[in-house]
Design a binder for this molecule. Structure first.
Ligand SMILES: Nc1nc2c(ncn2[C@@H]2O[C@H](COP(=O)(O)OP(=O)(O)OP(=O)(O)O)[C@@H](O)[C@H]2O)c(=O)[nH]1
Ligand SMILES: [Mg+2]
Length: 420
């Protein structure tokens, strides 16, 4: 099993409710409000790690929830914050929302991205004490959060990508130049998921990825082509491996054209990647003759390395040149994207919380928007505030849930008396 694309569900923690406790003490009649604030809910945090290179773990676990904040308590005791949930993903994982927009590119080992923030805790009743209201018997509710669906897509990050038909010796090459131990066998599609290996060349090291064999139509998805090609998008240099002996009856020159077409059909920008050619299986009949034809046709445009990977022949020359070319190339770049936030805080909807018989709180994006714009000390600003409340249907909605003359309405930091 190899999973490199998976849908999961994430939710940050709800905020804890504020407490409406009234201070009590022996012989003291009315000690005043002492209800503490609710704790903030936990965040959803993604962490990139290089110790994983598949998304297989998400086959078993698809739901991730951060802890809820605890409710506030008596004596102004604050509710505990909810625990964050950390989701480990392999380096190279791209996180997308349900519409396919990029939320984050987990590009570097150890990178942390807070993708969902926990709900704010509600304020305890002592915040609402005024000269006219000595003992508020209500407190604010914590913000309840919503679950989101996200798509994880692994786009392997490697310096060098090996491409070619099945069975040409890509895995063999990786196994003789790096520490990787990929499966090697004499049939097609031995490799079903990318293998990564670290190659050392004097004091330089680089990462080589062996991707599954490509076939005709791969650029349009044949033979799982898309799934495999995704892994070369982020390499800096391609090595096109050929069975130069044509031992399976195909002409290596035709193989070369065909695979190149599939790659470029998948993504035109891959044409800009430098490519060198590894002409493998030089130990087999017809190899030399095909190599001569190949060099005559493509020798001006591509560097060609005759190899017998099986017995290490020619591989050192190839590795040395790869290391040299990499030195001249810019370091790998993260995807360029405008990060999309999953939580749309500035939507202009609202909700009403009934805190007690005659206290109502308006919450939601509309409130955040107003809080930024309205200055209550300013008459025009207050008029604007009233108008928005009416136009957006907030007043009507308050009336529907039972607000009446003299009820208290809380909108963020603003508090006013309802007048019917
Ligand atoms: N004669 C000869 N055989 C080789 C050479 N290199 C690899 N082979 C053989 O070719 C077969 C395929 O090798 P792999 O490395 O598994 O090929 P691959 O390109 O990774 O194949 P897929 O994973 O199926 O795409 C194996 O039987 C290897 O032993 C070589 O230089 N000469
Ligand atoms: Mg292989």
């Amino acid at each position: 099993m190899f999973i490199d694309k998976v849908k999961i569900f994430i939710k940050s923690g709800n905020g804890g409710n504020g407490s409406a406790s009234l201070h009590t003490e022996k012989y003291v009649n009315n000690g005043g409000p002492d209800g503490g604030d609710g704790g903030k809910g936990g965040d959803v945090v993604f962490v990139a790690t290089s110790s994983e290179n598949t998304l297989n773990a998400f086959h078993y676990q698809k739901h991730f929830r951060a802890g809820d904040g605890e409710n506030g308590g008596r004596q102004r005791s604050f509710g505990k914050q909810g625990d964050d949930v950390e989701i480990k993903v392999p380096v190279g994982t791209v996180i997308k929302n349900a519409d396919g927009d990029i939320v984050a590119d987990m590009f570097e080992d150890g990178q942390r991205e807070v993708v969902l923030r926990g709900g704010k805790g509600g304020r305890g009743n002592w915040h609402f004490k005024t000269s006219r209201r000595q003992s508020p018997s209500f407190a604010e509710h914590g913000v309840k959060t919503q679950e989101y669906e996200v798509m994880l897509e692994l786009k392997t990050i490697a310096d060098v990508g090996l491409v070619g038909f099945p069975n040409v010796g890509k895995s063999t090459l990786l196994s003789v130049v790096s520490d990787a131990k990929p499966k090697i066998a004499n049939y097609h599609f031995t490799t079903l998921s990318p293998n990564l290996g670290v190659v050392s060349c004097y004091d330089q090291t680089f990462v080589m990825a062996d991707i599954p064999g490509l076939i005709e139509g791969a650029g349009e998805g044949a033979g799982l082509g898309h799934n495999f090609l995704r892994h070369i998008e982020r390499t800096r240099l391609l090595v096109h491996v050929l069975d130069i002996s044509g031992s399976e009856g195909r002409d290596p020159l035709a193989d070369f054209e065909l695979i190149n077409n599939e790659i470029f059909r998948y993504d035109k920008s891959l044409t800009e990647l430098p490519m060198v050619v590894a002409a493998n299986k030089m130990d087999m009949p017809s190899a030399q003759e095909n190599l001569d034809r190949f060099v005559a046709k493509y020798g001006d445009k591509y560097q060609v390395f005759p190899l017998t990977a099986l017995i290490h022949e020619g591989v050192d020359e190839l590795v040395t040149v790869l290391a040299k070319i990499l030195q001249t190339l810019p370091p790998p770049q993260p995807l360029s994207y405008q990060p999309i936030r999953l939580q749309k805080e500035l939507s202009d909807d609202f909700a009403i919380d009934v805190l007690s018989e005659d206290v109502f709180e308006v919450t939601g994006g509309l409130v955040e928007m107003l809080a930024r714009k309205v200055n209550l000390d300013d008459y025009d600003s207050f008029r604007y505030f009233q108008k928005v409340m009416r136009d957006r249907g907030v007043i009507a909605a308050l009336r529907r849930v039972g607000a009446h003359d003299g009820s208290t309405v809380i909108v963020g930091e603003i508090e006013f008396e309802f007048v019917d």
